[in-house]
Design a protein. Sequence first.
Length: 251
Amino acid sequence: MQSAATQLPLFSEVDEPDPVSGFSVRESGRARRLSIKVFPRGRVEVIVPRRTRAAEVREFVEAHRDWIRKARESFAADHPPEPFVLPTVVRLAGIERQFSVRYVPEPDAKTVRYRNSGDSVVLSGYTHDERLCVSALKRWLTKLAKTEYAPRLSALSALTGNPFKKMHVRGQRTCWGSHSSTGTISLNYCLMFLEPAQLRYVMIHELCHARHMNHSKRFWKFVATFEPRYRELDKGLNGSWKQIPTWVGIY
């Protein structure tokens, strides 16, 4: 079992432990057995090997109800669960922008699409479905992050002298960013909810992996060349899940 900070729903047929913090199942190609994570806001995630039967998941969760309850109680002492609410305003401190969100229901619609105009986002379609709305908002966040991150990453690449071949934007469940051996940097769109200094640090961190694909002393010394506050910023990222709105569903 684990206590950490991550989630994303997959199996709708699995019952939720309670109406506040939700329950999710995530299939993993790397998983060899079932495991459970409980996160600071009370969410419970079950990680399962591919093609695991829903009945098997239910039995596994039922067998670990007491462990889940104790883990949640431990977190709740410091971090009360927050109810899910679709946003009407999205504040993105990392890029110093704020957007209003409007929902426009359309008769007979089965999907939700988004339209971004200036500092407003309009979701239209079957907006009564919260899950569809969240999916549309995540598509918007992904596109926005690509636009906002690209010039920043390119400028920092020039500053550090560390090239990259491609940039991907995702809603990673377990990390803020990564740098592959092929030169692809992946960045989490949730970095937009953090402080500008944290966004900048993650970009520098990943760019420096072009020189050192590890976390050796040489790597950290290289990072310090461009970000002297790296220790403080790196440590701060551990608790930054608090700045991610509940509706995003990452933490």
